[in-house]
Ligand binder design. Structure first.
Ligand code: 6MZ
Length: 362
């Protein structure tokens, strides 16, 4: 496990509110319990439980959102989540979150996202690079000198970029609002749009106008695709040609063929799929087939808090379940760099990080 922790890794599928430390959730629940907003003893066991069905997971998210949706907390959890990923040598994190409006807290989708960005600025345990390089030449210069010094002082550095999620409960207008916000926040590190939320809720065609607009405007898109066997939707999503998809669990033969010929990279979330029973057992996980045919893949956590996992644990699970050694796991991590949504400058810097780590493997 030690080498999997120390190896550089990229995380491309992590939901902010799914990645919160249990200790933070319990602390927040205790405070709201004291204020009489919730009954702490009712929620404590829900937070502590780590084996949930897909339906229970979405109930838990509703509870988490009650605990976290104020500006100060959003800033806090963002900072903690980034620091936790950096602590296990994630060198590039694409963090996704659903911008939320909460009138009782004076929160708009924009102010929610500003609180997230505040959380990125608040990161202290590592150097963080979250602004696009081409728009911020000075930051880039600073970051490369920080990079240089980080090499000398061994201070860690993490690149973070943001994806704004559209929740499947939302309307076309609300989805469009999220895409417009993403466009306005490109200079603050927003690189794309994700479609997520309970897969049995909502219709794909509701979100299509907003997703098409995002693509036309040059935002990257990734879709939760095939978490349930909705074949019309899966085919239509593949026709849309997003830059990546998440999960790809419930595909039929025709859809596998379509996916493989499309070469769309798949964000694989092993523990999440097993815990939610989307895949009945690890030895029949589609990772194996996709890996064997060399389909673009990246291992991800999905919700490290909700599923009590970490990216290193996901690598360990893949390594032990599928018999992959050190070199193979390293190459798997390294290819993830090719599927990131950040600009080519970041990609190049990440390739260099992996190149120098590769020398130590030999
Ligand atoms: C689909 C998921 C998900 O956006 O509030 N989310 N959507 N499938 C999954 N697999 C288990 N896990 C998380 O983070 C929480 C939100 O991310 C989506 C859900 O919409 C959930 O409410 P944010 O930061």
């Amino acid at each position: 496990m030690e080498w999997l922790v120390s190896m550089p890794k990229v995380e491309l599928h992590a939901h902010l509110n799914g990645s919160i430390r249990d200790s933070t959730l319990l602390e927040l629940a205790r405070v709201l319990g004291e204020k009489g907003v919730i009954v702490f003893s009712d929620v404590e066991h829900v937070i502590r439980k780590d084996d949930r069905s897909l339906v229970e997971v979405f109930k838990l998210f509703d509870l988490i959102h009650i605990l976290t949706t104020d500006h100060k907390t959003v800033t806090r959890i963002t900072k903690e989540v980034v620091e936790d990923f950096a602590a296990e040598n994630v060198v590039y994190l694409e963090l996704r979150t659903t911008p939320k409006r909460n009138d009782s807290k004076g929160m708009s989708k924009r102010s929610y996202m500003e609180a997230v960005v505040e959380g990125l600025r608040a990161v202290t345990t590592v150097d963080i690079d979250f602004l696009p390089h081409k728009l911020d030449a000075r930051a880039s210069a600073n970051s490369s000198s920080a990079n240089h010094s980080s090499h000398e002082t061994k201070r860690k550095k993490i690149y973070v970029r943001l994806l704004l999620s559209i929740d499947r409960r939302e309307t076309t207008e609300a989805a469009m609002e999220t895409v417009k916000l993403a466009l306005e926040m490109r200079d603050l590190g927003v690189v794309g749009i994700d479609l997520s939320g309970n897969p049995i809720v909502g219709e794909w065609r509701t979100f299509l106008p907003a997703l098409k607009f995002a693509q036309e405007q040059g935002l990257y898109t990734t879709l939760h695709c095939g978490e349930v066997p909705n074949h019309e939707e899966i085919r239509s999503m593949l026709d849309f040609q997003p830059q990546r998809i998440g999960h790809a669990c419930c595909f039929d033969e025709e859809e596998w063929r379509k996916l493989k010929s499309s070469k769309i990279p798949v964000e694989i979330c092993l523990t999440s799929n097993i815990r939610t029973d989307t895949i009945s057992s690890i030895d029949i996980h589609h990772f194996v087939d996709l890996y064997n045919v060399n389909h673009p893949l990246v291992l991800c956590t999905d919700d490290s808090g909700v599923f009590a996992t970490s990216l290193s644990k996901e690598y360990k699970l893949a390594s032990s379940s599928f018999g992959l050694g050190k070199r193979e796991m390293f190459e798997l991590a390294r290819t993830g760099v090719e599927f990131i949504f950040a600009d080519d400058g970041v990609k190049q810097e990440l390739r260099e990080i992996f190149n120098s780590a590769a020398k130590k493997l030999e």
